[in-house]
Ligand binder design. Sequence first.
Ligand SMILES: [Zn+2]
Length: 129
Amino acid sequence: MAVVAVVLLAGVLLYYVIQPLLAQAVDGPDTRSSLREELAARKRAALVGILDIESERDAGKLSDEDFAALRREYETEAIAALRGLEAELPSADDDELEAEIAALRAELVCSECGATKRPGSRCTRCGAA
Ligand SMILES: [Zn+2]
């Protein structure tokens, strides 16, 4: 009798271990969150791109016309990614994009000297945290 109980218990445990794995195999590995991650990465890449071309323009490496054309491309990409992320919510608008850019700028631009820096690291120009 004890053996039967152990086998049953093992069967139940096995079911709870395997069932989510089977569900994942059918749906793919959490399709929804990996899509969100991909969209978030695309959005971030586009916003970083905007900051990049802004600093290139400021450094005189990019004409205003080239900057405007590139910025439009990056914005289209960022808005497309934002729309995907906010699919169930009211669609993202330009204000939201500007807010995202401002937040990213705060993260990427040194508050002391204005140089572009890596998020979470010290400014290479002035050493501010
Ligand atoms: Zn600095």
